[in-house]
Each structure stands twice: as structure tokens, then as C-alpha cells.
Design a binder for this molecule. Sequence first.
Ligand code: NDP
Ligand code: OXD
Length: 314
Amino acid sequence: MTILLATKGWDLDRWTKMLSSGDPPQRVVRGSSPADLEQARYAVVWQPEPGLLGRCPRLEVIFNMGAGVDAILKDPTVPTRIPLVRIVDANLTMRMTEWIVMQVLLHHRQTLAHEDNRRQRIWRDVEQPAASAVSVGILGLGVLGQDAARGLRAIGFRVLGWSRSPREVAGVRCFHGPAGLDAMLAETDIAVCLLPLTPETRGLLDMKLFRKLRRDGPLGGPVVINAGRGGQQVERDILAALEDGTLKAVSLDVFETEPLPAESPFWDHPKVLMTPHVAADSEPEALSRYVLEQIARHQRGEPLQNVVDRSRGY
Ligand code: NDP
Ligand code: OXD
């Protein structure tokens, strides 16, 4: 069987080697010639060129090499009759939890204030609340949100979580739906976004939402952390909220435009911690193994796992 590999900006030789090493061995093609596309039965993609998947007449499964599938769903030429499988992988999940816990702790332990003092050679204590006094509200209680909640609970934070449908997660106060969001925000000191990008979540992180966060919490102002997608944040509102004190600080891993343009004010903003969309990577070895296992299931006639529900958009 032939796998079409189309992963923007990745080490294609390494991926080709791993994907072709399955049992039985799979043939990997990387081009976009009509002959390659004609043969492809499986596609392994990350942000593929728009129109590419629509030109593969014999495709049986699309594997998206990330957890979020927004880049594929926005291409109207991708055939909807073909199952779209996303990544759910312990390696990726663990990395995201590390990043979220790290960012929450950086704000909780007043790192920006200490860095500011350090630059001015000021030796000063900054008041430190206990983790149990700080509420972290996670927007998105899926695979990643639930694992991040577990990590934050282990340190002692109060954890709240919000989803579309009702959820029960041990140690987490759960909210759902539009009404649930306001109730959660009113108690949230640090809001963490781990939502998929859908029409409902686009632009959700705006001034209106920031104003609903708890104002009298122990950190001296609310904090927003976004590792979902840049399309969920209104960047001019983030900058205005940092300016007028609606937000104390933010951590951003994702941006409206990626790579972040050189002229963006985020690069050197004193209230911003940022990383270049690297909150959770997954090792090519782990992802290739996952794809090959799923292909084997498909060839044995067993159901694929983690198939995206296109009607929900995630
Ligand atoms: P899941 O599909 O497992 O979980 C998504 C969660 O979001 C669910 O709890 C879902 O609710 C909730 N949700 C979706 N729409 C809404 C809505 N309109 N209102 C309220 N809740 C909503 O996804 P993952 O946890 O695996 O991944 C989440 C996202 O993280 C990805 O889509 C991707 O955008 C981002 N990501 C970013 C990475 C990075 O490096 N920055 C790496 C990996 C992922 P319900 O439970 O009811 O279905
Ligand atoms: C993902 C990502 O969706 O890395 O997995 O952004």
C-alpha cells in the first residue's frame, strides 16, 4: 500500500524511513505528481498544500500529524467521505502538560516581576500565594485539558474546566456550554485555553471574556495562557487588556499569524511570555508507530481510532 507523506517543513527523510519500515512494509511517496497521488491509499499530513488531498482519487484514510485538524477542515477540496484521524499520543500529551504546568508556575511564582527587578538590580520579595489559593480554569477538557488538569492538581492548584458537553473529571469542577463559561471565568485567576479551533471558538479570547475573569484573586490580576490556536485570540484585545490592567500577563504559544511577524509587539512586550508553537511536539518515532498501527487495524478491517467528527469540527 502507498502512503503519501506531505508534512510541511518536517524532516521527510526521517519520516519516510520510519513509515516504510512497517510490517508489511509500506511504500512512501512524497511528491505531488499525478502518478504519486493516484497511488496513494493513505495520507500522512501536517498543514498540506490546499487542494492536494482532493487530487488523490484512491485515498482511504487521512492521518493528521497533530491533535488539531483545523488546517485540514478549512480546505473545502478535502473529500469528506474519507475518515480523518488525528493524533492522540501519550508523548504529545505529556509535553503539553509540561508546558501548561510550566507556564502556570511561571505566573504563580511571579517570574515576570522577578525578572523586571533583576534587570534593575533590585533584591525584593514578591508576595507568594499558596497554589491552593489560585484557581486555574481550563477551556477545553479533552485529552490535553484533562491531562493538564491532572498535572496542576498534583501541585495543589484549584482546577476548574469547561467543555461543550457535560464532563466529570476527578478533582476538577466542571462547567459546560456558554452559560458554564461565564460561571467558570468568574472564579478563574489563570485561564488556560486548550480548545480546538472551530467557528464557535474563533475569537473567543477577547476583551469581553478577559473582563469576566476574577479581578480580586491572589495573583494581583488575571492571566491568560493559550496553547490552542492563534485564531482563538483577538490579539489587539490582548494588547489593550495588558495595557489597561484587565490582564496582568499572558503566555502565548500560538498566534493569529505564524511565524509571528518581526514587527509584532508581542516579541518584546514585558507582560508576555511566548514560545513559537512548540508547546507539544511529538517524536516522529511515536507518530509513525501510531500511524502504522492504525493502518494495520484498517487493513484487518478493524475500526480506526480517534476519527474526527467533522460535524463538530474537532
Ligand atoms: P480534544 O478534542 O480531545 O478536546 C477538545 C475539548 O474542547 C473538549 O473538551 C471539547 O468539549 C472542548 N470544546 C470544543 N469546542 C467547544 C466549545 N465550543 N465550547 C466548549 N468546549 C469546547 O482535543 P485535544 O485536547 O486533543 O486538543 C485540543 C487542541 O489543542 C487542539 O485542537 C489543538 O488546537 C491544540 N493543540 C496545540 C498544540 C500546540 O503545540 N500548541 C499541540 C496539540 C494540540 P467536549 O468534551 O464536550 O467535546
Ligand atoms: C497540534 C499542534 O495540533 O502541534 O498537534 O498544534
